[in-house]
Design a protein around this ligand. Structure first.
Ligand SMILES: Nc1ncnc2c1ncn2[C@@H]1O[C@H](COP(=O)(O)OP(=O)(O)OP(=O)(O)O)[C@@H](O)[C@H]1O
Ligand SMILES: [Mg+2]
Length: 260
């Protein structure tokens, strides 16, 4: 059993369809996981379970030793920070960037208190600095670029000091420079002292930051492979999961995949 997160025989059914089937997954302290699999494989569903945002139809989900269904989800959710474009889209455009991050201390999407603790403000500014966007603190959220909004979303997810940080496609839609720069930030973040356990969903092995330790390959709602990243992200496994012959290579900590 994972000491941070465990999915045990988890099944999720929706509209009469089984979208996750008998999924087992253990995540331990110090690990950084990549979830990879074709469209519709069940990645987003898996992270919704892992973040306490969804209940399984059967099986058990345990987050930091607390079993879903046995504790108040409002206590569980601050333990898991999530950054995704779906969440970014819920942020009001006229919200100040500093408030986008600060409000996350209270699990709210919009500002509702006029007064914040100085401590919250200092932490939000420090996170914006770590993510390289502190100069945007006073800007309205709607005016920032997509690369900047990804960084702000990650700062926001880190604000409640979560035990687990989940990133759903953090580099999708970024230009090459923006992608490489965010990947470098994520690598630094992963190596920071007291870094939370990280779980990253991506469609491309090129978008795996170096320093990630484990991989989970999903196909048709089931786990095809899970374990140490170099054992999972192989030509053989990826060819099988994506249904085309792929050559996977790793150069200086980074993966590439191509169809010949
Ligand atoms: N409420 C629902 N009712 C019916 N089917 C659903 C529901 N939610 C998700 N699904 C289906 O479950 C499957 C898995 O969805 P999920 O979003 O987890 O996939 P994904 O791996 O994140 O895909 P993508 O790479 O496209 O983001 C998909 O086929 C999706 O259509
Ligand atoms: Mg998805």
């Amino acid at each position: 059993m994972g000491d941070v997160l465990t999915l045990k025989d988890v099944t999720v059914s929706r509209s009469g369809r089984t979208i996750l089937n008998a999924v087992n997954w253990d995540v331990n302290e110090g690990e950084r996981w990549v979830l990879l699999g074709p469209n519709g494989a069940g990645k987003t569903t898996t992270i919704q379970l892992a973040s306490g945002r969804m209940f399984p139809s059967s099986g058990e989900v345990t987050i930091i030793g607390e079993r879903m269904g046995h504790v108040d989800v409002n206590e569980l959710r601050p333990l898991v920070g999530v950054a995704s474009s779906a969440l970014d889209q819920k942020i009001p455009g006229d919200e100040r960037v500093l408030d986008v991050v600060r409000t996350a201390a209270y699990g709210m999407l919009a500002r509702w208190r006029e007064v914040y603790d100085d401590e919250d403000t200092a932490r939000a500014m420090e996170l914006l600095r770590e993510l390289g966007v502190s100069d945007l603190a006073e800007r309205q959220f709607r005016t920032v670029s997509s690369g900047e909004s990804k960084r702000i979303g990650i700062a926001r997810a880190l604000m409640p000091n979560p035990e687990i940080l989940i990133l759903d496609e953090p580099t999708s839609g970024l230009d090459l420079g923006g992608r490489e720069s965010l990947l470098a930030t994520l690598t630094d973040l992963a190596q920071a002292p007291y870094a939370p356990v990280m779980i990253l969903v991506t469609h491309h092995v090129e978008e795996i930051p170096s320093g990630f330790t484990h991989g989970l390959l999903l196909r048709d709602g089931t786990v095809y492979a899970a374990g140490p990243i170099d054992e999972v992200m192989t030509s053989e496994n990826l060819s099988e999961v994506f249904g085309i012959p792929l050559t996977v290579e790793k150069v200086r900590g980074r993966f590439t995949a191509r169809a010949f």
